[in-house]
Design a protein around this ligand. Structure first.
Ligand SMILES: [Zn+2]
Length: 295
């Protein structure tokens, strides 16, 4: 693992950067488990800098990309697919919203597809849908559980002869070590007039201000954070115009939420069955769901 200290904003190149947060992560000890989607150890934060020009918040020093990708490819997350019904509900909203805007065709690519929950839903709704996922376990599970083929790897390993009418980055961009460079690779995959969907935490929202390090989006896997301003900046420089924006609502089982708060409840097997059946929709106004059109 290598760490690089940045003296400029990796998004807009400005040198007007300052400390945003002191880190609590012991970089000697991080492992692949810290990158689980369902990681329940909150309050693990990187040392973050903030750019006063574009408002981008980024981990500084920054982990090298190779190590980060290795963590994801080795990742095993059984709890994630367990919670697929809640996740599917979140994603249904996205399918509905896509129906309401004009899209040039039905070819969809989901980057960071995990076990393919969204890809399957898109396919059921008439899309020719593909996914990319670096975790061997999650990509395999997509095939075993849902019968979907997910490309195992990252955007660097992937190539497509055709462009897509829709590309989705659902809870992904905050995990990527250099979002500007990443978007340079995503943009050519989207057709002119096509739509990019981004769901990501909003660092300018209220919850991180009063929950501080307890904010549920502060976790090892999140190496950078956006506000509407920095997200707009990123999209504009990558050739997109924001068309619609919403506050993303999360659907979880009661069990999932309770075990985030009280991890010891995981031992109470009897409770699990009941609590997993109860669904909860959380609107915390702390994530963005953005629909942007390729110029
Ligand atoms: Zn900046």
């Amino acid at each position: 693992m290598e760490f690089t200290s940045l003296n400029k904003c990796p998004l807009c190149d400005s040198d007007k950067i300052g400390t945003f947060k002191k880190g609590t992560i012991n970089t000697e000890n991080i492992s692949t488990d810290d990158f689980k989607i369902t990681d329940s150890t909150y309050g693990s934060v990187w040392a973050f800098s903030k750019c006063s020009s574009c408002s981008f918040v980024f981990s500084n020093p920054r982990i090298d990309e190779k190590s980060l990708i290795e963590f994801y490819s080795e990742l095993e997350d059984n709890e994630y697919t367990d919670e697929w019904e809640g996740r599917e509900k979140n994603f249904r909203t996205i399918i509905k919203r896509l129906e309401k805007i004009e899209i040039p065709g039905k070819k969809l690519l989901d980057i960071g597809a995990a076990s393919g929950i969204f890809v399957r839903l898109a396919a059921e709704n008439g899309y020719s849908a593909e996914g990319i996922e670096p975790s061997t376990q999650l990509a395999r599970e997509a095939g075993e559980k849902f019968g979907i083929k997910i490309f195992e790897g990252t955007i660097d390993d992937y190539s497509s002869s055709e462009q897509f009418s829709v590309v989705t980055l659902l809870d992904l961009i905050e995990h990527v070590n250099d979002p500007a460079e990443f978007m340079n690779k995503v943009s050519p995959l989207v057709k002119k007039g096509g739509v990019l969907v981004i769901v990501t935490p909003d660092i300018q929202s209220i919850p991180p201000k009063f929950l501080r390090n307890k904010w549920w989006h502060y976790r090892t896997a999140h190496v950078n954070f956006f506000s509407l301003r920095s997200l707009s900046f990123l999209l504009k420089r990558s050739g997109f115009t924001i068309e619609k924006k919403y506050r993303y609502a999360w659907n979880f089982s009661f069990y999932y939420v309770l075990t985030r708060l009280f991890p010891s409840l995981k031992k109470r097997k009897g409770l699990q069955k009941v609590l997993k059946r109860l669904n909860l929709k959380l609107q915390l106004f702390d994530s963005w769901e953005i629909y942007a059109r390729k110029n």
